[in-house]
Design a protein around this ligand. Structure first.
Ligand SMILES: Cc1cc2nc3c(=O)[nH]c(=O)nc-3n(C[C@H](O)[C@H](O)[C@H](O)COP(=O)(O)OP(=O)(O)OC[C@H]3O[C@@H](n4cnc5c(N)ncnc54)[C@H](O)[C@@H]3O)c2cc1C
Length: 415
C-alpha cells in the first residue's frame, strides 16, 4: 500500500480546486446545506457544468464525450469533489454512466457506443438496472424473465423488482432468459430496452423511510430491436458481471472522505446534545473513528493497485461489507444520541436512499433518522453481506466452494 501520491498529483489537484472555486458560490458548504428543492436545482445546473467540461464521465474517451483523463487524474477529481461536497453526477447517471456506460466501453459494438454513450451524457437517455427478480436476487443466475426473438425484435415477458429510479428512467438494461435448456448461467442475454412503450409497466415500492425510490417493472410483450444485445446472445452473464464490478467499484477514493465528513457531523451532534462527555457514547464514537480510519487505509490499498493498473477484483467485497456494516452501527449511535427526539423526525431528510446523507447536511433528526433507516439497505444492495463473505471465502481465501444443487439446465432446476 502506498499512502503518497506521485509528484504530478499536486499540480492536478490545484487545477481541480480552481475549477471548483470558479463554479461554486464562495460560501459553499456542501450540497447537503441546501433545502431539497434548491438541491434539485443545483444538481441539474451542476450536472450541466460537468457535462460541458467533460467531467461527467472523466475516464471515457473524448470521442464519446468523456474527459479522457488518466487514472490518477480521475482519482483526484473524485477526491476533490467528495471533499467539496458536490456530486460527481446525478440521479440515474449511476446506472447510465457508471454501470452501463463503462460496460458498453468494454462490451458494446461501435454502433452501440457511438449511439448510447453520448445520449447517456446528454441526459436524453435515463437508465435503470433490471437484474433482480422475486426469485433471483443473491442467486441472480436463476432469473426467469424471458426474451424470444421475433423477426428483427426481441419480445420480453416477465418481472423485475427493486428497480431503483425505474420511475425516472426511459431505458432499462435487462437480464433475460433466452435459452431455458442451457445451464442457468449460460442461457442469459443482456438487452437494452426502451421503457416508453405499452409493454412496460412500472409500479413503485414504498420503503421503510416512506420514500419510493425503487419499483417493480413488469414486461408484457415488450419489444426491443434485435441489435440491442450487449455481448452475445446467451452470453450475457459475463457482461452482467462486468457491470457488477462497476457497481461495487469506484468507492475507494470517495467513501473514506464521505464517511469521515459524516463522522465529524456525528461528533458535533454528540456535543450539541450534551452527550460528548458520556463515557459509553465516547467509547462508541472512538470505535467509529477507528473504523473510518481503517476504511481510509483500505481505500489506499485499493487505489495503490488501481494506479498500478490493477482493477479492483473480488477483494472489493471487503470494502463493500465493511462500509455497509459500519454504517448501520454508526447511524444506530446517532439514534441513541438523539434519544426520543429521533421518534419525531423534523427538518431536512436525506435526498437519496444510498449511503450517507449529503455532505453539509444539518444535524436534524430528519437527516439522521432517514440515514439510519436507509443504512438497513446498505448490507443488501450491490450484493448482501453474506454474499460478499462467500465471494471472499471462495475467490480470495480459496476456501471450498458452496455445494451447488443446480448443475443441470435452468428449466430442469424447477425454476
Ligand atoms: C435499496 C435497494 C436498491 C436496489 N436496487 C436494485 C436495482 O436498481 N436493480 C436491481 O436489479 N436490483 C436492485 N436491488 C436488489 C438487490 O440486488 C437484491 O435485493 C440483493 O441482491 C439480494 O437479493 P434478495 O433481495 O432477493 O434477497 P435473497 O437473495 O433472497 O437473500 C435473502 C437472505 O438470504 C441470504 N443468502 C442468499 N443466498 C445466500 C448464500 N448463498 N449464502 C449465504 N446467505 C445467502 C442473503 O444474504 C439474505 O440475507 C436493490 C436492493 C435494495 C435493498
Amino acid at each position: 500500500m502506498n499512502v503518497r501520491y506521485p509528484p504530478e498529483a499536486a499540480a492536478y489537484r490545484e487545477k481541480v480546486q480552481a475549477f471548483l472555486a470558479e463554479h461554486l458560490p464562495s460560501d459553499w458548504k456542501g450540497i447537503g446545506a441546501l433545502e431539497l428543492d434548491a438541491r434539485e436545482r443545483f444538481e441539474a445546473d451542476w450536472r450541466r457544468t460537468l457535462y460541458e467540461n467533460g467531467l461527467l464521465a472523466p475516464s471515457w474517451p473524448a470521442e464519446y464525450g468523456g474527459g479522457g483523463l488518466s487514472v490518477l487524474e480521475q482519482v483526484i477529481v473524485a477526491e476533490e469533489f467528495a471533499r467539496a461536497g458536490v456530486p460527481p453526477r446525478s440521479g440515474n447517471d449511476l446506472f447510465g454512466i457508471q454501470m452501463l456506460g463503462n460496460t458498453l466501453l468494454e462490451w458494446g459494438t461501435e454502433e452501440q457506443k457511438s449511439h448510447f454513450l453520448p445520449r447517456a451524457l446528454s441526459g436524453e437517455d435515463l437508465w435503470c438496472q433490471g437484474y433482480s427478480e422475486p426469485n433471483a436476487g443473491s442467486d441472480l443466475g436463476n432469473l426467469g424473465c424471458r426474451a424470444v426473438l421475433d423477426g428483427d425484435e426481441w419480445v420480453i415477458n416477465g418481472q423485475k423488482i427493486w428497480t431503483s429510479l425505474g420511475h425516472r428512467a426511459n431505458w432499462i438494461f435487462v437480464l433475460t432468459r433466452t435459452n431455458p435448456d442451457a445451464p442457468k448461467h449460460r442461457g442469459i442475454t443482456f438487452l437494452l430496452c426502451p421503457m416508453d412503450q405499452p409493454g412496460v409497466e412500472v409500479r413503485p415500492i414504498r420503503m421503510i423511510s416512506g420514500e419510493s425510490e425503487f419499483n417493480e417493472v413488469f414486461f408484457t410483450d415488450a419489444r426491443t430491436p434485435a441489435e440491442n444485445v450487449v455481448g452475445t446472445v446467451d452470453g450475457g452473464w459475463a457482461v452482467a458481471m462486468t457491470l457488477l464490478g462497476y457497481e461495487r467499484g469506484e468507492a475507494a477514493a470517495t467513501m473514506p472522505i464521505q464517511f469521515r465528513l459524516e463522522l465529524d457531523r456525528l461528533l458535533e451532534l454528540a456535543r450539541e446534545r450534551g452527550r460528548a462527555d458520556d463515557p459509553h457514547i465516547r467509547q462508541r464514537l472512538a470505535w467509529c473513528y477507528t473504523k473510518v480510519e481503517i476504511m481510509r487505509f483500505l481505500g489506499y490499498r485499493t487505489l495503490t493497485g488501481f494506479l498500478a493498473g490493477r482493477p479492483p477484483g473480488p477483494e472489493s467485497s471487503i470494502f463493500k461489507a465493511f462500509w455497509s456494516e459500519y454504517h448501520q452501527i454508526a447511524s444506530n449511535l446517532a439514534m441513541d444520541i438523539l434519544g426520543p427526539d429521533a421518534l419525531v423526525p423534523t427538518g431536512r431528510r436525506p435526498a437519496t436512499a444510498f449511503q450517507t446523507d449529503d455532505p453539509g447536511a444539518p444535524n436534524s433528526t430528519g437527516s439522521w433518522t432517514g440515514t439510519f433507516l436507509n443504512a438497513r439497505a446498505g448490507t443488501i444492495y450491490a450484493g448482501t453481506s453474506q454474499v460478499q463473505r462467500n465471494i471472499l471465502g471462495e475467490m480470495v481465501l480459496g476456501l471450498p466452494k458452496e455445494p451447488r444443487a443446480d448443475q443441470g439446465s435452468w428449466s430442469s432446476s424447477g425454476a
